[in-house]
Design a protein around this ligand. Structure first.
Ligand code: SF4
Length: 385
């Protein structure tokens, strides 16, 4: 009903929904949202256990929970779900569906009112309640969904310019830019700033044409060294991946994580995690370049596991370091829940851009636009010395 599309098989048979069903949708003014319809968490038996595990994993990436029930079936199971959302610190709402079949139950409503849980009545059959449901979703979404902090707009004032360095190599997606690049351009435009996009070969020439230097140069981390060499020292420089460590994750925590690179020894286990899947071509960043740079830095072979997508190993305590991609395709919550799991297991976590900057010896320069993160690094260097 929400998407006005026939997306998944529905039936009266329990267990019809097995894997979570995902549907992306533009829900203005929130922007792009992903609805995930899960199986229940009350399944039993062998397959049931697997279904429950898949459903519970969805909690790690849920910004807003929606419990769909009806007045005839509301009971212990729904109460458990509410507890689960509360203990995971996830805001949630309730939909009483099938309102065409069942009368309102004022006792249940009074109970929800007393604990300040918002709910709507809908009928997926005849579309009743759709407007109210959309309104409730918008009201209940976390506030930073609508007023999300910018990616780089605080670093480049209105009327000032940023240069974005975008290599167009074999690994660039065909005929388009990748999401962090597009989002950065949009962020600068929203901020009334100027944005110049060049490949790394044209950077020096582009910079020479400015009669007032740009406020920031942002590069793909894979060409960090060349861009650092071609950007005059007085112009701040960083990478998309480091901007996304701040926007999508926790930059300070990931800076601390990068410093664990110094403690790596031959044979240590390192996890390299990528949020989305692609066919590695040639010198792939996660499977070839970062392992090579790390091996050179450590001076010996590491045991590297590459993982992709939403699956994350249950036991991560054997790893000495986790290196994550910028996770531009995910919501921030999923990255924060990975950081939380890493902290609980006492495993440092960092990201691609920070790892590359650290291994190539340009960490301090890449952190210059972020004083708090730079301070963490400098303090730690004092302790090490
Ligand atoms: S999700 Fe990760 S691997 Fe995929 S494009 Fe974004 S940063 Fe790259």
């Amino acid at each position: 009903m929400l998407t006005n599309q026939d997306i998944s098989i529905v039936s009266d048979v329990a267990g019809t929904t097995t894997d979570p069903v995902e549907k992306p949708m533009e829900l203005l003014p929130l922007g792009p949202v992903l609805f995930i319809d899960t199986a229940g968490i009350d399944d039993i038996g062998n397959l049931g256990e697997k279904r429950v595990a898949k459903t519970l994993a969805v909690f790690d990436r849920t910004d807003l929970g929606v419990i769909v029930s009806n007045f005839s079936e509301w009971g212990e199971y729904e109460n458990q779900l509410m507890q689960q959302f509360k203990s995971s610190d996830i805001p949630f709402i309730v939909i009483f569906n099938k309102i065409d079949c069942f009368e309102e139950n004022i006792d249940i409503c009074a109970e929800l009112d007393s604990i300040n849980i918002k709910y709507v009545y809908t009928s997926a059959l005849n579309g009743a309640g759709l407007t109210e449901l959309r309104e409730l979703l918008l009201q209940s979404a976390p506030t930073d969904f609508i007023n999300r902090p910018g990616i780089l707009s605080d670093l480049v004032e209105p009327g000032e310019a940023a240069v974005l360095v975008v290599p167009i190599d074999k690994e660039a997606p065909k005929g388009r830019l990748i999401l962090p690049q597009v989002q950065s351009i949009r962020d600068l435009l929203d901020n009334d700033s100027f944005c110049v996009v060049v490949k790394e070969r044209e950077l020096r020439e582009a910079l020479s044409r400015f009669n007032r230097p740009p406020k920031l140069v942002v590069t793909d981390s894979q060409v960090f060294l060349k861009v650092a060499a071609d950007t005059p020292k007085e112009i701040p420089m960083t990478s998309f991946s480091i901007l996304f460590a701040r926007f999508q994750a926790d930059l300070n925590e990931m800076v601390r994580g990068a410093m664990a690179i110094d403690k790596l020894k031959t044979g240590d286990k390192v996890m390299i995690a990528e949020a989305c899947s692609h066919h590695p071509i040639g010198e792939d960043i996660g499977t070839v370049k970062i392992p090579r740079w790390l091996t050179q830095y450590v001076g010996g072979k590491l045991q590297i596991d590459n993982i992709r997508g939403h699956d994350f190993p249950q036991n991560i305590s054997d790893y000495k370091l986790i290196i994550h991609c910028g996770a531009c395709m995910w919501n921030r919550r999923e990255m924060l829940s990975r950081i939380m799991k890493a902290k609980q297991a006492n495993v440092p976590i960092t990201n691609y851009g920070l790892t590359i900057a650290y291994s190539l010896g340009i960490f301090e320069r890449a952190l210059q636009p972020f004083p708090a993160a730079l301070e963490i690094y400098r303090e730690s260097m004092k302790t090490t010395v």
